[in-house]
Design a protein around this ligand. Sequence first.
Ligand code: GLN
Length: 487
Amino acid sequence: MSRSGAEPFADRALERAPERTLEQALARVAEFNGRLGAFASIEAQRARAIAAAQAEVEASAQPLRGLSFAVKANLCWRGVETNAASAVLAGYRAPYSATAVERALASGATPLGVTNMDEFGFGSSGENSALGPTRNPWDLSRSPGGSSSGAAAAVAAGLVDFALGSDTGGSVRQPAALCGVSGFKPSYGRIPRWGLIAFASSLDCVGILAREVERIERVLAALSGEDPRDGTSLAEPPLTPLAPRSLRGLRIGVPREHFEAGVDPRVAQCVRAALAHCEREGALVRELELPHTRYASPCYYVVASAEASSNLARYDGVRYGARVEGDGTLQGMIEATRSRGLGPEARRRVALGSFVLSSGYYEAWYVHALKVRRAIARDFERAFESVDVLVGPTSPTLAFELGARTEDPLAMYAADVLTTPASLAGLPALSTPCGLVREGSADLPVGMQWIGPAGADALVLACGAAWQRASEHHRALPPLHASASAS
Ligand code: GLN
């Protein structure tokens, strides 16, 4: 494996002025999107107006100037249809922009459009979208993962420099892994949630996808920091990246449970090879246990569905989006709007969430899950007494064929067994590419997940950046990549 650690990082895209590259970028999005379905809408006119306004501002005041980005369909963008890929929000134009979008714009980044996703974030394949599926640029017959399906596919195909996603139980990290890019879920509250359409409020995080971890560090510096409009945002200033470090002396813990049941041996082998590489770079790698890991997925689906059922109560045909009149009574209108407007997975979450919160079952399910959530967080606290970071696979499998899991919700839920633990504990977690596995005629990416202690976002990113300086996996490009047809 070659080393490129000595070279200082140069984010070439930042050297470009926004208006110069915009037309080219928009043309590529239009050309590739038909095959990928990554964008729900391309906002060409708006992008031009934004870039022109940005060009009037002093470049030094815009730390992300020259970068193009995409906005997940559940992040409000003023004046743009923000429907979270749900029919119930069809036609809903956001009256304001999410803090993350606002800050990206103020930093000089130019948004090209809105990306496809699983409805409200419910899913791991992008197929639970009222807008149709997104395809994986590594193999168009496969899913890019989800729920930030369009975000990951757009970054992997080279259509944008970074993408904003949301991660409630893995929705940034898992698609990043399956598409061979980097995806970061910050500590809970690091990037304000103001303007993020709620799925499960105690878990929802705005996340960032890009090829290079160093770019994620720059974007996070621009998007993080307290927002008085979000009472759960961390009362801390924007995060500044740590000075570049190497992997030497880094104490890496490897949770045994993250290599157990359900993990494809090819994925496990790839991540183990990456860990051996880290050791050769001077990291101190040792196995440890996170005993409650196996309860993470059931615990997550109880807590997340409970919160989702409550958050989705607002879609009643009165306040937002679409309305179906039904039998003409108020009750009939609400029933018809919700049963037609919400897709099957959203209805399943509402049913499950209402059940676990119902008076007879609340203690047995919801309260019990909260206790398990605490036990999972304690496992992590104990692990971080003796290691700096934890590393394992991000996704138990390679990218799967579109349609392979749509009839089996439990198989779909199994896609995030390795990402939900950090979500439940509110910890920062990053997925970075660590190799390719050949399956049939396709090379499919594998991602490794770096999890850090609460608040240690900068450390997790510094480790990921060190890994990328010591390895080449993030440079591998999928067959469907815009550079193939770009100038
Ligand atoms: N796949 C998980 C779910 O369906 C996580 C989704 C997410 O993080 N938004 O709930």
